[in-house]
Every structure is written in structure tokens, then in C-alpha cells.
Design a protein around this ligand. Sequence first.
Ligand code: FAD
Length: 324
Amino acid sequence: MSGILTYALHYQGAFNKNSLGAVSEGAKLAAELGGEAAAVVVGGDDLTDELCASLGRYGASKVYRVRGPEGLAQPVVDAMAKVIQEHGYDYALFGGGLLGFEVGAGLSARLRAGVVMEVTEVKVQDGRLVATRPVLQDSALVDSGYVGSPGIVIGRLNAFDAVERNGAAAQVIDVDVEFQPHSQKARMVKRGEQRGADINIEDAEIIVAGGRGLGQPEGFKMLEELAELMGGAVAATRAVVDAGWYPYSAQIGQTGKTVAPKLYLAAGISGAIQHKVGMQNSENIVAINKDPNAPIFEFCDLGVVGDLHKIVPKLIEALRARRN
Ligand code: FAD
């Protein structure tokens, strides 16, 4: 069977957006290749027929359901390897995020398959997939093709949009997988909520955004205090989200959210084009940056050249004094 196999991660009866993006992208590409779009799901009793079949809405025609531990990479590697070996899919495609990276890399090692990571775009050329990924700190793009099959594509987090296609319900096929001994050595102890899950930056009239200039994750505590005093929300650049300093839900830009608040205060943000597209429609942009040549000074309304670690505490102090 030629086609594209994706992996769909679920939690509490719903598939995550990043996975739905992968399923949707896989379906689009499979149609262009003239092959089948299918997905693998791994989990317990909450993987009902109805939930699995719902992936048809995103273009999957078949869903291979494997009963096993959910949210862990190695059992998914076992499941995907088995389905690919038995059904001969040409490509495996993953959304980004930690699990996508771990499963995709593990599958590549297991099947000795070529893998391209951090992919931002996939196209079909001469009947084969070509994956585009940024390199050299995102300053250039590289196109990679695959030699042999399967080829493995791992997207950047949310690189693929989840598009509903009015597809028919997917056919659900149960697959028994004998998990490898090493795949059973990890178990899920606890699942926690991400910090900042309640941030609603899209509705905020005031946004205080932080970038790599904060120097370390703790820098966000200062911004949270400032935002609280101003009645605003905290946002972040991709650089700091990728570094794990702040949750993805707060990322502004091309691969994050688009906002247009009354005030956007950017601290330690260079103003890269991919960030700018997410906040350029803000009514007032104020930038604090120690580099007078930072690109953000070319499009902000008020630019402050200086060290944010000196300026932000002064702002906090002044606002506190006004409150008292
Ligand atoms: P940097 O570019 O490293 O800038 C840090 C800034 O802080 C510098 O200008 C520095 O002068 C200043 N600074 C340092 N110390 C201090 C200090 N003490 N006081 C004051 N200023 C200081 N980026 C996004 O933000 N959102 C996206 O959605 C996004 N999507 C992308 C999609 C693609 C396909 C690609 C290729 C890139 C994307 N990027 C995105 C990344 C983007 O290109 C930049 O790399 C990123 O925005 C840079 O983040 P930054 O400004 O925090 O870091």
C-alpha cells in the first residue's frame, strides 16, 4: 500500500491540534501522491470507535488502533513500525512537539529510514515528497528528498494546519502489537498542566512580550509582575518558547498567535520578520532593546535603547507606587 502514515496523539477523549495538523497534511500529500492516508493511535479504552473514526474528518481513510500505554514514545514506535512493515506505507509524517520528535527519531532508527526534522513545508515533486526545513538559525531553507522508503517527516510544532475536509468516517482497524521489552520500561507517572494555560493573549488589550534578551527563564517572572500591574497578558517569542522558557500558548508570530492589542511592550526581542507578522497590527508598539540596530526599532512607535534588566524593574517600581 503506498501512502502516508501519521501518528495522532490523544488526551482525555480528544486529539491534540498538532496531531490533527499532521493527519490533515498527510491526507493532502497522500492525495497528491495518489496513495492512502492513514493514522496510528495508541491508547486505552477512551480510544472509542467514534473517536478514531473522527480522524476521517481530517482526511485519514484508515485508523490503526493499538491498545497500549498512551503518551509514551517507544510503544508508538513499535506500533508504527509494525503497520509500516505490514502495509508498506511510503512515508511517516509527524507533527512537532516532544513526542513527535521522539517517535519519529526512534522510528527512523528502527527502520533505518531517512528522516528530516523541524520541517516547515512539504511538497510533492516528481511523485516523491520533498521536505523543507530552516537551517543556520533559520537564516536559510533547505529542501531534502528521500532515498528509498519509508521516508520520515517530522514537522515543527504546529507547522501543519488542522484542516477539516468533510471526509467520511475513517475505517478503524485493531492491530495487536507485541511491545519490545525496552518499550515497556517507561510508564506514565503523572500528567501535568502547562504553566500559562489560562493566558488569553488574543483578547488582551495590553501585552508584555519577552524574548531571548531576558537572558534566562526567570526573566519572565519580572514580565508577569509588570503585566499584572498593567492589567495585561504575557507573550513570548519563538526563541524562548523553543528553549522551554515559556509555554507555546504564549508564542506570537508566524507559527504562533496573531495579536493586535492597544499596547505591545516588547522586551529583549529583536523583531524578526516571523515575530513581526504576529504583532505588527498592534496600536502602539514599545520596544526595549540594548542594541540600537535591532530590527524592532524600525517598526516600533517608541523605542527605548537600554538594558531591560534595569528598565523593567524601574517600570514595576513606578507602577507599584501609583497603585499605592
Ligand atoms: P533574538 O533574535 O536572539 O533577540 C534577542 C534580542 O534581545 C536582541 O535584539 C538583543 O539585542 C536583545 N537583548 C539582549 N540582552 C538584552 C538586555 N539585557 N536588554 C535589552 N535587550 C537585550 N519567531 C517568533 O517570535 N514567532 C514565530 O512564530 C516564529 N516563527 C518562525 C517560523 C519560521 C519558519 C522561522 C524560520 C522562524 C520563526 N521564528 C519565529 C523565529 C524568528 O526568526 C526569530 O529567531 C525569533 O523571533 C527571535 O526571538 P528573540 O527576538 O527572542 O531572540
